[in-house]
Ligand binder design. Structure first.
Ligand code: ADP
Length: 721
C-alpha cells in the first residue's frame, strides 16, 4: 500500500501525471488528504486519465458538480456542491463513499436515472426537481436542477456519471411563498363577503368574479366572456353606460341602493336586488385604462326591511289619521265620509263604498258610494241581503272577498260584469264591518287595474275594517240615542203643552169658584151665617192656594218652553231685595224670625229682568221662612265675585241632605212631600228660579248642612256701569 504522499510523489514524478487535486479549494485539499486506496478507485496514479481530467476540472470549477465513478459509484464532488450537504457532516462522509449506500434514501429516484446513464449513455436533464435528502439532521425538501452526463474511461467505456447540479431550493421556496400568497389573496377575494369582479376591455370581458358575485347573479360561466353576454337581462338597466363612462373618463362610480333585476337561476324569474357598489377604473403601469373593478354588497335585505318598516310606519300614520277622522264622526254618513277621505288612498283604491245593515236586518243601505256613476248609485242604494253581490255576500259570510281582475268578476259574478265594466273598476275588495260583535255593514274598495292581494293587504283591510266597524257602530248608537232624545224631548214638550192648556183651563172655573164665593160672602144673595162665613173663607183659601199652584205650573211651562221674555236692565240689588222683603215681611214677623241684611254696597247693580229677579228672591226667602222653625234667622247678603254678583240667602232651618241638593232644582221635587204638605208648595219654585237665573245669564245653587241650615247662592252678571 503506497501512502498518499508517496503516491503524489510518484504522480509528480511522471510529467504527464499531474495531481487531479489541484488548486486551493476545500475539496481539493480533502481529496489530497484522502486515502484513495481505501476505495475501489485505488491510488490516484492508477486512475484513468479521463477520471483524473474530470476530477481536476470539477475541483477547479465553482459550479456545483458531483461524480460517481466505477461500478461501486465512488463519489467525488467540488466546493460548489458542499452547501447542499447541510451541516450534519455529510459533506465529509460522502467523499470516496459508495453512491448506493450513501444516497440510500433517494436511491429509488436517482438509481434508475444513474443506471440509464451508465448502461445506455443517456444524459438526463431535470429542472427544479424535488428530491428530499437527509441533511441538517432531518429529511429536507431540496429542489434541484441537474443533468447526469456519462463519463467514459480511457477505453471509451462509460465508467462514471457526472452531475452538474444547481440546488434551487431557495428559489423554489420563494416561488412557493409567492404562490401561497397569491393563492391566499385569491381566496380572500373569492370568499370575500362583498361581490367583486374585474372586467377588461371595451367588451367588458370578465377576468375575475368571486363567490359573492356568483351569489348575486346566479352561477354562470363567466370568466373570459363578455359581461352582457353572460348577464343579458342586465342590459338596459343603465349599467353599460356607467361602465363605459368609468372606462372612458377614469372616474369611479359609486352606486347606492341601485336596483338590479336579475335571474338567479337560469331561465328563472327576474328577481330584484338592491346593491351598493363601486366601479373603479383599472389602470395599467403605462397609464392605459384597461378595465373596471367592481366591488359591492347586496343590500336587498336591508332595503326591503327598511321599506317594510317605512311602509308599516306610513300605514300606522295613515291608520291614525283614519282613526282620528273616524273618532270625530258622529253619524254613519260622517263615518263613510272619513273612510272615503282616508281609507281610499291608504288602500290604494280609486273608489270606496260603505253600506250598513238596515235596522230590520234584511237589507243593506249604501251610506256612501264614492266614484260610482249616478245611475248605478241609484240602482245600488238598497241591496237585499240575499243578493248575489260582493257587499251582501261578505255580510252573509262574514268574510273578505277579493276580486283581482275582470276574469274573476266574470267567473264569480257574471251577472255584474256589465255594471262593473260601466264603473271602469277592475279589481275589488269587500270586507265586512263588525261592531258590537256582529256584522253591521260592509265596505268595498275598487281599483281601476288588475291587482293581486296578499296577506299584507288582507291585514291592512282587516285593520281598516276594524276601525270603520267600531266607528260605524258608535255612530249608529249615537244616531239611536239622538233619535231617542228627540222623541223624549217631543214627549216632554207635549206634556208641557198639556200642562199649560190644563192649567189655563183650570183657572177659569177656579176664578168662577172664587168669584161666586166672594159674592156669597158679601151677602149679595141673602144673609150668611157665621158657620157659612167660616166655610166660605176656607173655600176661598183653598181656591187661592189652588190658583197659586196652577199659576206656578203655568209659569214653569212657560219658562220650560222658552216662552219667557227677559227685559234686561241694570237693577240695584238693594232695590230688588227691598221689594221682595216688603212682600215676605208679614210672614217673617208671623214666625218671629230674625231677618238680617249683611253689610253690602247698596249701589251694587246686576243686569237682570227686575220682575224675575224679584220673583227668584221671593221664592228663596219664602223657602227660607217655610223651612225654618220659628225664632230662627235669615241672613241675606251680596257681593261681587268676578264678573258676577253673588246674592246669598242663608237660613238656620232644617237643611237639606247632601244627596238631595242637586235634585231640589228639578221640577216637582220635594225633599219630604209629607212634611211639605204642612208647608205648601208643589216643588216648582227652585226649578223655575234656576231656569230664570240661567235665562238671565246667571245661576242658582244650594249648600246646606241638615239640621243647621241652608244657603242659596244666586249669581247674576254685574251690571255695566
Ligand atoms: P216647594 O214649592 O216645594 O217649595 P221648591 O222648588 O221651592 O218647591 O223647593 C223644592 C224643595 O226643596 C222643597 O220642597 C224643600 O224640600 C227643599 N227646600 C227648598 N228651600 C229650602 C230651604 N231653605 N230649607 C230646606 N229645604 C228647602
Amino acid at each position: 500500500m503506497i501512502p498518499n504522499a508517496a503516491d503524489d510523489a510518484a504522480l509528480h514524478s511522471d510529467p504527464r501525471m499531474t495531481s487531479p487535486f489541484m488548486g486551493a479549494s476545500t475539496m481539493a485539499a480533502r481529496c489530497r488528504a484522502f486515502d484513495w486506496n481505501t476505495t475501489a478507485l485505488g491510488a490516484t496514479s492508477s486512475w484513468p486519465l479521463s477520471l483524473r481530467t474530470v476530477v481536476a476540472v470539477m475541483l477547479e470549477s465553482r459550479h456545483p458538480m458531483f461524480l460517481w465513478w466505477g461500478p461501486e459509484l465512488i463519489q467525488i464532488y467540488n466546493d460548489g456542491y458542499l452547501p447542499s450537504f447541510g451541516s450534519s457532516g455529510r459533506d465529509v462522509a460522502a467523499l470516496g463513499a459508495r453512491g448506493r449506500a450513501h444516497w440510500a434514501e433517494i436511491w429509488p429516484v436517482i438509481g434508475p436515472q444513474i443506471d440509464g446513464v451508465l448502461q445506455r449513455g443517456e444524459a438526463t436533464w431535470h429542472e427544479d426537481h424535488l428530491i428530499p435528502i437527509e441533511r441538517n439532521g432531518r429529511l429536507d425538501d431540496v429542489w434541484w436542477t441537474y443533468g447526469y452526463s456519462p463519463v467514459r474511461d480511457d477505453a471509451g467505456e462509460i465508467a462514471g456519471v457526472l452531475v452538474v447540479v444547481q440546488e434551487t431550493t431557495s428559489r423554489m421556496l420563494a416561488h412557493a411563498a409567492v404562490d401561497a400568497e397569491r393563492f391566499r389573496i385569491a381566496e380572500l377575494i373569492r370568499r370575500a363577503p362583498a361581490f367583486i369582479s374585474v372586467v377588461r376591455g371595451p367588451a367588458l370581458v370578465f377576468e375575475l368574479v368571486n363567490d359573492a358575485y356568483r351569489e348575486l347573479v346566479g352561477d354562470r360561466e363567466m370568466v373570459g366572456r363578455s359581461m352582457f353576454d353572460v348577464i343579458p337581462e342586465a342590459r338596459g338597466q343603465g349599467f353599460e353606460a356607467l361602465l363605459t363612462r368609468v372606462l372612458t373618463t377614469g372616474e369611479p362610480y359609486v352606486g347606492h341602493e341601485v336596483s338590479l333585476d336579475v335571474m338567479r337561476t337560469p331561465g328563472g324569474p327576474l328577481e330584484r336586488r338592491y346593491i351598493n357598489f363601486v366601479y373603479a377604473p383599472l389602470d395599467e403601469a403605462d397609464g392605459t385604462r384597461t378595465g373596471v373593478f367592481t366591488h359591492g354588497v347586496d343590500v336587498t335585505q336591508q332595503v326591503l326591511m327598511r321599506r317594510t318598516a317605512e311602509a308599516a310606519q306610513e300605514r300606522l300614520i295613515r291608520l291614525q289619521a283614519l282613526t282620528e277622522a273616524l273618532s270625530a264622526a258622529a253619524t254613519p254618513g260622517d263615518v263613510a265620509e272619513a273612510i272615503v277621505a282616508h281609507a281610499t288612498q291608504m288602500l290604494g283604491a280609486v273608489g270606496t263604498i260603505v253600506a250598513r245593515v238596515e235596522p230590520g236586518g234584511d237589507r243593506l243601505d249604501v251610506v256612501r258610494a264614492h266614484q260610482l256613476p249616478d245611475d248605478l248609485r241609484a240602482q245600488w242604494e238598497r241591496i237585499p241581503l240575499q243578493a248575489d253581490v260582493p257587499l251582501a255576500e261578505s255580510v252573509r259570510t262574514e268574510q273578505w272577498i277579493a276580486i283581482e281582475n275582470r276574469e274573476a268578476w266574470a267567473a264569480r259574478y257574471p251577472h255584474l260584469l256589465p255594471a262593473i265594466d260601466a264603473t271602469g273598476h277592475v279589481a275589488s275588495v269587500v270586507v265586512p264591518l263588525v261592531g258590537g260583535g256582529r256584522v253591521i255593514g260592509a265596505m268595498g274598495a275598487a281599483y281601476d287595474a288588475p291587482r293581486s292581494f296578499d296577506e299584507n293587504d288582507r291585514s291592512l283591510f282587516a285593520a281598516v275594517a276594524e276601525r270603520c266597524g267600531q266607528a260605524l257602530e258608535r255612530a249608529l248608537l249615537l244616531d239611536a240615542e239622538r233619535r231617542a232624545r228627540a222623541e223624549a224631548e217631543a214627549a216632554n214638550r207635549a206634556k208641557g203643552e198639556f200642562l199649560a192648556v190644563m192649567s189655563h183651563e183650570l183657572r177659569t172655573p177656579l176664578n168662577a169658584i172664587g168669584g161666586y164665593a166672594e159674592l156669597m160672602e158679601l151677602g149679595l144673595h141673602g144673609p150668611v151665617s157665621d158657620q157659612q162665613q167660616h166655610d166660605l173663607a176656607r173655600i176661598q183659601h183653598s181656591q187661592r192656594h189652588l190658583l197659586g199652584m196652577i199659576n206656578q205650573v203655568l209659569n214653569y211651562t212657560r219658562v220650560e218652553r222658552g216662552a219667557v221674555q227677559y227685559d234686561l236692565t241694570s237693577v240695584r240689588v238693594s232695590d230688588a231685595l227691598a221689594a221682595a222683603e216688603s212682600l215676605v215681611g208679614p210672614q217673617v214677623r208671623a214666625h218671629k224670625l230674625r231677618y238680617v241684611i249683611g253689610e253690602c254696597d247698596p249701589a251694587l247693580g246686576v243686569r237682570a229682568d227686575e220682575e224675575k229677579l224679584r220673583q227668584i228672591l221671593i221664592n228663596l226667602l219664602t223657602n227660607a221662612i217655610k223651612f225654618t222653625d220659628d225664632g230662627g234667622e235669615i241672613v241675606v247678603s251680596y257681593s261681587v265675585v268676578g264678573a258676577n254678583v253673588a246674592i246669598t240667602v242663608h237660613d238656620t232651618g232644617i237643611g237639606i241632605e247632601a244627596a238631595k241638593l242637586s235634585t231640589i232644582f228639578e221640577p216637582f221635587v220635594q225633599v219630604d212631600p209629607a212634611f211639605t204638605r204642612t208647608r205648601d208648595g208643589v216643588g216648582l219654585g227652585l226649578a223655575i228660579s234656576r231656569d230664570l237665573a240661567r235665562g238671565m245669564g246667571g245661576d242658582l245653587r244650594a249648600d246646606s248642612v241638615p239640621g243647621i241650615g241652608s244657603t242659596f247662592t244666586l249669581t247674576m252678571p254685574l251690571a255695566p256701569d
